[in-house]
Design a binder for this molecule. Sequence first.
Ligand SMILES: [Zn+2]
Length: 178
Amino acid sequence: MGMLVYVYKSPLGSYHSTCDGITHRHSELCVVDCRGNFEPNNNRPAVKLVDDRPMGTPYPKLVPVDEREKGTWLMFGGNYAGCSDTRFRDFCAENNGGPYGMLPVFDRIEHKPEGSKMNLCNICNKPMTPTFDDSGNVLLTGENNSWPIIATGVCCDRCEKDFVLPARMKDASRRASK
Ligand SMILES: [Zn+2]
């Protein structure tokens, strides 16, 4: 049994970046780890709260249970879900989600183009280009660890330079000043 929550999205309607995620197709979701009176079904898919703290600070979000279990890489698609039920507001607050009973839904799934040998950067979504030597052997894969911008992922050289390294520097100086 879980809590029924409603999907909140931009009133402009056409704006969404979910790549056909569940909040694009459904207006209700069932939060299975929150106490409530509902079961998930085809009209209200199962979601749960996770918080993997990509920047080291709390960042609770709702994710589709089936995709999370498959290990699918999930991103914020721009939509939120919540309700005014006290049990859900308490559930959010207990998990560092604030007092409002509203959470971002990470339901955007990036698909690698069919037949593509290139891996896509998890930050800018562009291919990470390998460097080859004269014999065609890979010198550099072009893939970098994207932590802390994305906790478990990879990014291109450009995003590493522009986002990942500055964020690590900031993180390091914040720790040093404690
Ligand atoms: Zn990138």
